[in-house]
Design a protein around this ligand. Structure first.
Ligand code: ADP
Length: 601
């Protein structure tokens, strides 16, 4: 029998495995490159989202600041009409109409007055500790920046109308040298108190949900002292994106409270300013003109359309003293960690698929080799069965011929021929019987009649059935059948057949040894049937295969010992139907020991 795979098949399999490996390596490289690109894209996206978040937040805050730069003379005279108009305008345009909690005007020597929204007028207030502190802070030199009270209080400087159009200070450096000396002193302040709960419970959660809706990024806001304003995430170096909050850089000019700058007045034709076209230019007045960094001052100029006349200038230092920080960090720890996890997962999937394909190829090759070997065995089976049938048929044929030709005349001779025909016929029918049994067992149609029975008795019956065979072969049989076996559920006929097959094999492969031992015993929770012989023995490589249908060891085929390779597979089928096991121990040239293990029921 040819058992090696043809070289061509091995070549094809090796080529497929090689290609798969190359493909795997390419996939690995591609994944690496893709993850770098994905990382960059994600980084850009999170930075853009954080910027949009901060812009929107800052725009709302800027609205409460720039909107109220009204004429200080009217405020000083107790005229709240301009503030009321600005307040209405702000309320209509702000997404959070309850963001402003209160506004207090500090002008000249007047007592501070609160703007009352319902009566649209100023009302006197008793100056408590907070108001006193504010008044002192606003009057002190150098002047404080516009953001006070950690971000919930904004001091809007009020300038006389003519100056307002030329210069409005929105922020200044504390260092005296960096303050442009020609800046006008404000004529008063409107202090805007923001509603802390609106910021913490509405604005920030809304913005987080809007810009980071999928939950794959954690969002946090802290103040300059590191106190958490929103979220639980620590803000620091590990953040994937950071943005300053409360940035009053005037990049949202739509809010500027210049009355002529109002879009409303554009339609009336008495304004020269078109704010929503963003007609500002930015000039760096200190440091490297290529980049604006924190601490450097900058100037924003507003120009009238069609002319070069500068109307409004803002001086400031970008992002130098934004009191809050927005931090965004990927929920996997960082974008890097997330991308690495993704890469690992994709590679694991790729590797899994690779292994699966490899496994598939190996199992296809294995089963095709098996199928081939099986087909070969079936061919061997057909030829060996024909061979087995040939001898008894030849004997029957010649005995019948002799009878027909009258060669045997007397009764003795006739009876001798009759017995010969009977014996060979029996051999033939037992061979056919074995093949049919095998076919029945294989088709799954074989029914086992399990009933409580004595295993030793079944083995004894098999020995009696084989008596003739053993006698002809001149065998010395040792039997040691235990009388104290517990009765167990067996199909007696099937067990007898199995033991008979083992005895027949012992005889067939005895190789001149005339010794056979059959025993039964009570094992550990099982009943053992052991058939030992002193015959040719079995090679280790064959030991695993002899229970497969049609398998015959090469040496027995070469030695022309007849057989069909079905006996042991039938033994295995029967034993397994009893939920038992059959095994063999053997040494080449030194006999074999077959052990059937039946579970006790
Ligand atoms: P067959 O005996 O018809 O070939 P079996 O299925 O009974 O088929 O046995 C399969 C093979 O196992 C045999 O061809 C032989 O190589 C080996 N074998 C079985 N029993 C013995 C034994 N007692 N001693 C040595 N070899 C054996």
């Amino acid at each position: 029998m040819k058992r090696t795979a043809p070289w061509i098949s091995i070549g094809i399999v090796a080529a497929i495995v090689g290609l798969l490996t190359v493909f795997m390596a390419l996939l690995y490289n591609w994944q690496q490159a893709a993850s770098v690109a994905e990382k960059e894209q994600l980084q850009r996206r999170v930075e853009a989202d954080a910027k949009a978040f901060a812009d929107q937040f800052n725009r709302e805050i800027q609205g409460t600041f720039f909107n109220f730069q009204v004429d200080p003379v009217r405020v000083e005279n107790g005229d709240a009409s301009e503030i009321a108009e600005r307040f209405d305008y702000w309320k209509k345009n702000s997404a959070y109409a309850d963001l402003i909690k209160e506004m207090i005007a500090f002008t000249g020597d007047h007592e501070p007055r609160r703007f009352d929204e319902t009566t649209q007028s100023f009302v006197s207030i008793t100056a408590d500790e907070t108001v006193e502190r504010l008044r002192k802070q606003l009057a002190s030199e150098p002047r404080t920046g516009p953001i006070m009270g950690g971000g919930y209080t904004l001091a809007v400087p009020l300038h006389a109308a003519e100056e307002k159009l030329q210069k409005i200070v929105i922020r200044r450096k504390v260092e005296a040298t960096e303050i442009p000396m020609d800046l006008p002193k404000p004529n008063g302040h409107i202090v805007v108190f923001l509603n802390e709960s609106v910021i913490r419970e509405k604005m920030l959660p809304d913005l987080a949900a809007k810009h980071f809706p999928n939950g794959d990024f954690n969002v946090g806001v802290t103040d300059r002292g590191g106190q958490t304003i929103y979220g639980t995430m620590p803000i620091g170096e590990t953040n994937d994106a950071k943005e300053p909050l409360f940035d009053l850089t005037p990049d949202q000019l739509i809010w500027i409270a210049n009355r002529q700058a109002m879009p409303r007045t554009v339609t009336e034709g008495d304004s020269h300013m078109v704010l929503d076209q963003r007609i500002e230019s930015r000039t760096i007045t200190q440091g490297d003109a290529a980049k604006v960094e924190a601490g450097q001052t900058f100037t924003v100029q507003m120009k009238e359309t069609g002319t070069n006349r500068r109307t409004t200038v803002f001086n400031g230092d970008p992002r130098a003293d934004s009191p809050w920080q927005l931090g965004v960090q990927h929920s996997a720890g960082s974008i890097d960690a997330f991308i690495q996890n993704e890469l690992n997962r994709n590679l694991a999937i790729g590797f899994g698929i690779y292994l699966l394909l490899l496994g598939g190829i190996i199992s296809i090759v294995y089963s095709s080799l098996r199928a081939k070997a099986f087909a070969q065995r079936q061919i061997d089976f057909v030829s060996s069965v024909s061979h087995e049938f040939r001898t008894p048929l030849a004997v029957i044929y010649s005995a019948g011929e002799n009878l027909a030709d009258g060669v045997a005349r007397d009764g003795d001779q006739v009876s001798k021929y009759g017995n010969l025909i009977k014996g060979e016929g029996k051999k033939l029918s037992s061979m056919v019987e074995q093949i049919l049994e095998f076919a029945g067992a294989r088709s799954g149609n074989r029914k086992y009649n399990l009933a409580d029975g004595d295993v030793s008795a079944a083995v004894e019956k098999a020995l009696i059935d084989s008596e003739q065979l053993l006698k002809v072969g001149g065998f010395e049989v040792e039997s040691d059948l235990s009388k104290s076996l517990p009765s167990t559920s067996i199909d007696r006929d099937a067990i007898e057949t199995a033991v008979r097959n083992l005895i027949q094999n012992a005889v067939k492969y005895s190789n001149g040894s005339r010794w056979l031992r059959v025993s039964t015993m009570n094992g550990n929770g099982s009943i053992k049937i052991v058939v030992e012989d002193g015959g040719i023995g079995i090679l280790p490589a064959d030991r695993k295969k002899i229970f497969e249908p049609f398998y015959r060891a090469k040496d027995v085929v070469d030695a022309q010992i007849h057989g069909n390779g079905l006996g042991l597979s039938l033994v295995k089928e029967i034993v397994e139907a009893h939920r038992g096991k059959v095994s063999v121990e053997s040494k080449k040239g030194n006999g074999s020991r077959f052990v059937i293990d039946l579970p006790q029921s």
